[in-house]
Structures are given as C-alpha cells and as structure tokens.
Design a protein around this ligand. Sequence first.
Ligand SMILES: C[S@@+](CC[C@H](N)C(=O)[O-])C[C@H]1O[C@@H](n2cnc3c(N)ncnc32)[C@H](O)[C@@H]1O
Length: 296
Amino acid sequence: MESAMKSLMSDHNRYKESFCMYIDRSTEHQCIQQFIVTKLPDIISSIPNGKTTIDVLSLGSGTGEMDLHILSKLQDKYPGHPINNYVVEPSKEQILMYKENASKALNIDNVTFTWHQKTTSEIEQEIKEKNKFKKYDFIHMIQMLYYVKDVPATIEFFHSCLAPEGKLLIIVLSRNSGWNTLYRNHGSRVPANEMCLGLCSEDVTNILDSMSVKYETYDLPTDLDITECFTEGNINGELLLDMVTETCCFSKTAPPDLKELIMEDLKSPEFSVKKDGKIFFNTDLKVLVIENKQPY
Ligand SMILES: C[S@@+](CC[C@H](N)C(=O)[O-])C[C@H]1O[C@@H](n2cnc3c(N)ncnc32)[C@H](O)[C@@H]1O
C-alpha cells in the first residue's frame, strides 16, 4: 500500500460526505427499503415470542435511515409493544445525523433509543467486562462487517446475544458484485488498516456453515451511478471514488498507475454497465438472515 494514501474511515467528516454522495447516487437504500417492506414482516413473525418489549441491536447504524424503516415495520407488526433500539456506531457525526433523522421520523412513536458511540469490538468488550449479557430479539449489521478486525468472532459473539427465536440480519456485498471483484483485484494497494475490505457474502456463509447455524439468503441487485468519476476534478465523482476505494481523497493521493488501473476496471463490462450515456457500477448485495437455532 502506498504511504500517501489514508483510509477513508480515518477521516469521519470526509467519510460522512462520501457516504451521503454514495447513497444519493446508489440504489442501495431503495433496494434495502424494498426488502424491509416486502420480506421483513415474515422474517420477524417469530418475535417477540411472548415478551412485551422488543429489544433491537443495530451495529454500524450510520445515519439510521435503514434502522428507522426496520423499526417502523416492527411497530406495524407488533402494535402496542414498546421497542428498545440500541445503536452502536463509532462516528459522532453519523450519530448526530441519526438523532436528527429519528427526531423527524413520523411513523415511530413507541421506540426508546440508546446511542453508543463505539465500535462492535468495544461494545463486546464492555459487555464481557461488566458481565452485562443481554438478549436481543433482532440484531442487524447492514454494510458494516468490512470494518471489523475479526469477522468470525464478531458474528459468533453477536449471534450468541440473540434471544430465543431472535434473528440476526447481515447485509454484505455479493461475491459476484463488481465492487467485491475490485477489492479482490486491488485491495492490497488501498489502505485497509485492519479492516476486511474484500469481505463478501461467500465469506459470511462459510463462517455460518462452520458455526452450523441455520440461515436464509436473499439477493439484492443494486448499482451505483459512477458517471461523474470520469470527469477530472468533479467533486461528486471524487467523493464517490473515495467510497468505492475506501481511500481518503483517492484521486489526489493514489499513485497514477493504480488510479489508471482502477478507472479502467470501473468502466469495463466485468464491473459496470453503460446505459443512456451513464455508467452504473455493479454493487449487488446479499442479505443473510440467521436464526437462533441449530439446523434440523
Ligand atoms: C457503509 S456504512 C453503513 C451504515 C448503515 N448501516 C446503512 O446501511 O446505511 C458503515 C457504518 O459502519 C460504521 N463502522 C465502522 N467501523 C465500525 C465498527 N468497527 N463497529 C461498528 N460500526 C462501524 C461506520 O461508521 C458507518 O457508519
């Protein structure tokens, strides 16, 4: 990895800007929202299993838009049941935006929020040190597992935090997505720190198989309009490139040969499709829903 390059995660403000641009140019949130509307009601039909209160743990919540949709569906499914939503998110900036989004949400009125400005490993350590083990009815990790140091240990620990009949929902890049292929090709040259940028759905299913747990998978085809990345000096394109490469100011700090390789890949048919004069990068996702049960 070239020394001038810095991980995007090391600059919370730039990350927030890049992530907002990414969400604006991507179909990711619409597709996840559609999944929440069409599939989540069935997925959560086994909880709260006799309890009055529903406990939800959100790991790497970002600005909370997807969390708020999940909470709204839980509330629709279980009217009158109070919901406790525990948020774990290391970025202060994202938590501030989450709080603002939650205060504006009209369709959640029976939810109590607790925000923890921490990483998953910090919260895990805290739980273990204080011996404060709590069981959750629904736990989700949406597009966040790339940022943990030890993916199998993280999945195992939080799976052990599920209440009986509880569900763990994980969303990650699909093995066949252009984005995952890009990391597989060039991941060693971008600043990964201790993150698992090349993680994909297949890695997660291998971990789940080794844990012998029962799970279901769903495909979520999504794409990202990267057209602006090909206009030199375009600020929106630069923010998108930062997100795609997880590198802070990639255009200005990447060595020319790496930049050339990545720009070539991004527009090649293995990674993207061209439509109506625009270029759409394949960012297909997979949803994995894990039960707190052993396989039959
Ligand atoms: C790609 S965003 C996804 C946000 C949100 N789940 C969504 O789908 O809109 C990843 C989030 O994970 C958070 N994150 C990074 N490292 C983390 C860690 N070690 N533990 C928990 N969250 C982390 C980031 O701050 C960021 O908000």
